[in-house]
Design a protein around this ligand. Sequence first.
Ligand SMILES: Cc1cc2nc3c(=O)[nH]c(=O)nc-3n(C[C@H](O)[C@H](O)[C@H](O)COP(=O)(O)O)c2cc1C
Ligand SMILES: [Mn+2]
Length: 466
Amino acid sequence: MPDQSFRTMLANLEQQGELIRFTTEVDPLSDMAAVEWRAFNELGKASLFTNIKGHGVWLACSQIVADRKKWAIGLNIEEANLLDQMGERLQTPIAAEMTKGDAPVKEVKKTGDEIDLYDFPTLMTSEKDGGRYFASGIAVIKDPDTGIRNLSVHRQMVTGKDKTGFIMIPRQARQIYEKYCARGEAMPVAMVYGVHPAIFFASSFTTTFGNDELALAGALMGEPVRLVKCESIDMEVPAEAEIVIEGEVLPNTLEPEGPFGEVTGTYAGGAKSEVFQVKAITQRKDPIFYALHCGFPVTDAQSTMGIGVEVATKRHLKDVEGGLNLLDVRAVTEAGVMMLILKMRPKHSGQAKTALMAALSGPYLHPKLAIAVDEDIDANDLRQIAWSMTTRVHAERDVTMIPETRVFALDNISPVAPGMGNFARVGTKWMIDATIPAHLSDEERTNFEPAFPKNFENVDLKDYLP
Ligand SMILES: Cc1cc2nc3c(=O)[nH]c(=O)nc-3n(C[C@H](O)[C@H](O)[C@H](O)COP(=O)(O)O)c2cc1C
Ligand SMILES: [Mn+2]
């Protein structure tokens, strides 16, 4: 029976040289964020901290899914097939079940005065953050009309021993919260931290309303997520999680929250948010805290949203003009997931633009800039993309802007939509067709070929190095 915690993944990351175990004491309120961010930025590694100042028993990990390679390890899929395999598995949801085995998340139970959110090694993450944040929490809630579960990830600024902020961008969780508000009731919420990456991915994935994301997590793992009942609310949570914080989001109550370095790489908030009130905590005896870093790219925040955008866009484009000869989709994590690269092999004029339009009207609002590149361009290499954008683009013909369209809620440069809440923005989507014009002859195409060094692919530098 595969482990549904994230422990196997952490072990695999370590075994494959993808994780650094930091044993020197580190302070989560001053240096930890910089250490784990730089460990990925400069060395491409995830971090595990075993000596956290003021938090004796705790371990904490960060940057565990910051690139496709780590997602591939976590989901046990070959990296080259990651998006297609994920897309395929997601076609067959597997409903979650109550566990028949152990529930390690119940090893320790706390209520009343035992509750103290300052016990957790939450980070001061970005320089101007308004406080310490939990950023890896998955909210498990239920639609009060249907009883159907919904999962989503929410940032939580610690605002007291037993309460946090609770930001809900207008998506499904907010829609459900509004139903509770209309009844004058608090919304029961179980916040879950540290689970199998399939559960984390599914929670952050955009699917149609009324679909329990746990069934998508099951689809990705190939078996039902094993659940256990909460102590203080009528809710079920993954039994093998590290930590569950049970509570409720209060109706029609707002308190100061933020700012917080966001997935865009800028700050967002610094205003007010809903309030999560804690009722009980259950956790493992030796919990590993998922100290998710959200802030300037690249962090797990961009990589998690990015892979969702990629899977969803690839699926979405399948229905457009027979698949459009699409080869790969890249949500550029370095650009806060607001930029998409479509790698394709256009067969005729107009096809790249058609693909770009569809990519900017997918299930996610994040992408506002989409760029189509040819088959010979490495979609991971921003240098090759920049090169295509100059050598293969005649701007007048190949750059298109679509003003007054919905854009991502946290895209600060785009104005808030008149008459809407803080998180509804309208901006300009734009697209760049950086593919070689499809009507050119083979001979004409040579004008746009990269002038790579002779015998570039066959020469091994090691043979010549002094
Ligand atoms: C690390 C991380 C933090 C996130 N924080 C928030 C947040 O604070 N508020 C929010 O509305 N969405 C946040 N999201 C995005 C939602 O979890 C995601 O859009 C999800 O699909 C929403 O689910 P829903 O459509 O069921 O509401 C976050 C995602 C990630 C990966
Ligand atoms: Mn949902």
